[in-house]
Ligand binder design. Structure first.
Ligand SMILES: Cc1ncc(COP(=O)(O)O)c(C=O)c1O
Length: 315
C-alpha cells in the first residue's frame, strides 16, 4: 500500500472488494498504471453516495438520482461508460453486499484507461470502478456541534470554463485549494463565492441560510453543483412547512443569517456556527438546522414513510 493510503479499505475480514469493469476484486489487486490519463489530467468522473444501516436493512440513499447524475456527467464529457444505468446500480448494490457493509460511502468512478502522454481523450478506453468503504460523520463531532468556515479567496469555477453540474475530478482541484486555504487558516471548511461575487457553496457541500424561519439557498446562477442532498432538504422543508427561496445570496447575508448549514452526501446536514470569525446566530446549531438534521436522519434510517422511496435496499 502507498504511504498515506486510507485504512478504511481494510475491514475485519481483510481487504475490501471493489467492482472493476464487471468483476469484484480485492482492493490491492485493482491497480492502474501511474501514467493513467485520468491521474495525469483529472479526466475521471465520479459520484458519491451513502448507504445507511436502516430499520429494514442496509439502504442506499437516492441511488437512482446518483446513478443518473453519473451518466449525465459522462454524457457531458462524451465518455462512453459501456454499461447501462441499471447495470451500474446493480454493481453498486453488489459491492455493498459483497463487503457486508452497513453505513458506507460509495464511490463509482470512470476513467480513461490509457497511459498516453497527451490530453486528447476522445474515443479512448473507459474503465469503471465502484469502491465502498465504512463511513461515519464527515466533519466528525462538527456534525452535532457545528463547524467554522472561511470565505475563500478562490472563486468557484464557472460554467463558461467547465461544466459545473458535472462531477469531474478536475473540478475538485478548485475545491482542494479552497479547503486547504481554510484549513491552513484554522477553519474547518471553506465557502466559495461565484465569479459573479455571489455566495456559491462549499468545496463539496451546498449551503443554506435560515432567515426569519425560512430557508434561502444559492440558485443555479452561482454555478453550484445541484446537490441531491440539497434537493432532499428542499423537499423535506416543503413537507414540514418551511419556505425555501432559491436565489442569489450576498456575502454579508451569511454573517447576518439566523442559521447557516451545509448539505451534501458526505456532510449530510452540518451546522455552520462561525464564518470568518463572526458568530452565526447564537454561535451554536439553531432549531431549524436541528429539525432538518433530525428529519434527514429519520429518512435515511427508514423511519419516515413519506420519503421511503428514496431508499434502495441492499438485499
Ligand atoms: C461541489 C459540490 N457541491 C455540492 C455537493 C453536494 O452534492 P450531493 O448532495 O449530491 O452529495 C457536492 C458533493 O457531491 C460537491 O462536490
Amino acid at each position: 500500500m502507498a504511504k498515506g493510503a486510507a485504512t478504511q479499505v481494510k475491514s475485519d475480514n481483510g481487504w475490501l472488494k471493489v467492482w472493476l469493469d464487471g468483476k469484484l476484486v480485492r482492493y490491492t489487486t485493482a491497480k492502474v498504471p501511474i501514467l493513467t490519463h485520468s491521474l495525469q489530467y483529472g479526466s475521471g468522473i465520479f459520484e458519491g453516495m451513502r448507504s445507511y444501516d436502516a430499520e429494514k436493512g442496509v439502504a442506499i440513499f437516492r441511488l437512482n438520482e446518483h446513478v443518473k447524475r453519473f451518466f449525465n456527467t459522462a454524457k457531458v464529457y462524451s465518455m462512453d461508460l459501456h454499461y447501462t444505468q441499471d447495470r451500474i446500480s446493480k454493481a453498486i448494490i453488489d459491492t455493498v453486499r459483497a463487503n457486508n457493509l452497513r453505513s458506507c460511502y460509495i464511490r463509482p468512478y470512470a476513467f480513461y484507461n490509457t497511459d498516453q502522454i497527451g490530453v486528447s481523450a476522445y474515443g479512448k478506453d473507459v474503465s469503471v470502478f465502484i469502491a465502498a468503504i465504512p463511513f461515519g460523520a464527515y466533519f466528525g463531532e462538527g456534525r452535532e456541534k457545528g463547524i467554522s468556515c472561511k470565505i475563500s479567496s478562490w472563486h468557484r469555477i464557472n460554467s463558461e470554463i467547465l461544466p459545473v453540474e458535472a462531477k469531474a475530478s478536475g473540478n475538485y482541484i478548485n475545491s482542494i485549494i479552497a479547503n486547504t486555504e481554510a484549513r491552513k487558516a484554522g477553519y474547518d471548511e471553506a465557502i466559495l463565492m461565484s465569479t459573479n461575487g455571489m455566495v456559491a457553496e462549499g468545496p463539496g457541500e451546498n449551503l443554506f441560510l435560515v432567515k426569519e424561519n425560512a430557508l434561502v439557498t444559492p440558485d443555479k446562477s452561482a454555478d453550484i453543483l445541484i446537490g441531491i442532498t440539497r434537493d432532499s432538504i428542499i423537499k423535506i422543508a416543503e413537507e414540514v412547512g418551511i419556505d425555501v427561496d432559491e436565489r442569489e445570496v450576498h456575502k454579508e447575508e451569511l454573517y447576518t443569517a439566523d442559521e447557516v448549514f451545509f448539505t451534501g452526501t458526505a456532510a449530510e446536514v452540518t451546522p455552520i456556527v462561525n464564518i470568518d470569525g463572526i458568530k452565526i446566530g447564537k454561535g451554536k446549531p439553531g432549531p431549524i438546522t436541528k429539525l432538518l438534521q433530525e428529519k434527514y436522519s429519520e429518512i435515511v434510517a427508514g423511519k419516515n414513510e413519506v420519503f421511503e422511496n428514496w431508499l434502495t435496499y441492499v438485499k
